[in-house]
Design a protein around this ligand. Structure first.
Ligand code: CP
Ligand code: NVA
Length: 303
């Protein structure tokens, strides 16, 4: 495993499976009251330039459960918010902390933190990707389906940060994935480059039903991500009425098809309330598994 978790592309298939295996073990121990203070005395700094419920609470709680502590650092309150360069911030924080989780806009800022600092950096979401989310998603799929290889996933909606990491993660573990998105909202070109060796295990289409046909897992996310609030109206016009996970779409999937959503969800926009509630067990297991998967990442990077 690399020193950092900056994006899923940096992980090998073996790294991903090792994280999932450790996450399952930590989940079992947590549920059975078995303590695992692997990070006793260690401190994680958590830099947030965007809102968060799941990422913040799961990292913070996870760190306590591992015997360490976590510091919530709002970028508005750090000097970084007043223009102190990332390369200086990285070197200073490396002298106090044992690891940093950062949620921000530019992927380059996360890469720079890793370049100039000397401690492990974990990407808690950028405009480009959301690797921790996808580790929890794969854990949830494996938990519900028993294995990953050969399953088919479909992503319906914006070719955003979550879609980008999902495509890479699914392909790396032997799944196939089809993405349905409107024109102008395709996956980042680096992802389209990444998928090339995977042949027909990847497809990008316009029609959600074409993507969802025979799927074992259907996934969606909001039409407008954090930082895109100004485009919300234009985006709604591009997605509304077509890019929605609803019962009609679910009629073309495999039997026992799972539905996942990274949350927060906008009911009756990208997913109907009916489908979300029918698959609530899967979606909230997915949210819970953020905790276990990230604990595994922290143990592997920070122990
Ligand atoms: N899915 C996810 O990352 O949720 P938060 O934005 O609440 O952290
Ligand atoms: N694509 C969403 C995911 C939130 C967890 C966003 O970036 O806002």
């Amino acid at each position: 495993m690399n020193k950092h978790l900056l994006k899923i592309q940096d992980m090998t298939t073996e790294d991903i499976i090792a994280v999932l295996d450790l996450a399952d073990k930590l989940k079992y121990e947590t549920k059975n009251g078995i303590q695992h203070h692997h990070l006793a005395g260690k401190t994680l700094g958590m830099i947030f330039s965007k809102s968060s419920t799941r990422t913040r609470v799961s990292f913070e709680t996870g760190m306590y459960q591992l015997g360490g502590q976590a510091l919530f650092l709002s970028s508005n309150d750090l000097q970084i918010g007043r223009g102190e360069p990332v390369q200086d911030t990285a070197r200073v924080l490396s002298r106090y902390l044992d690891g940093i989780m950062i949620r921000t806009f530019k992927q380059q800022d996360v890469e720079d933190l890793a370049k100039y600092g000397s401690i492990p950096i974990i990407n808690g979401l950028t405009d480009y990707c959301h690797p921790c989310q996808i580790l929890a998603d794969l854990m949830t799929i494996r938990e519900h389906k028993g294995s990953l290889e050969g399953l088919k996933a479909a992503f319906i909606g914006d070719g955003n940060n979550v879609a980008a990491s999902l495509v890479v993660g699914c392909l790396k573990v032997g799944m196939s994935i089809s993405v349905a998105c409107p024109e102008g909202y395709e996956l980042d070109e680096t992802i389209l480059e990444f998928v090339k060796p995977y042949g027909d295990k990847f497809s990008m289409v316009r029609d959600p039903k074409e993507a969802a046909a025979g799927a074992d897992v259907v996934y969606t996310d909001v039409w407008s991500s954090m930082g895109q609030e100004g485009e919300a109206q234009k985006r709604r016009a591009a997605f509304e009425g077509i890019y929605q996970v609803n019962s009609d779409l679910m009629s073309v999937t495999n039997d026992k098809c799972m539905v996942l959503h990274c949350l927060p969800a906008h009911r009756d926009e990208e997913i109907t309330d009916e489908v979300l509630e029918a698959h609530a067990d899967e979606i909230f297991d997915e949210a819970e598994n953020r905790l276990h998967a990230q604990k595994a990442v922290m143990v592997m990077l920070m122990k």
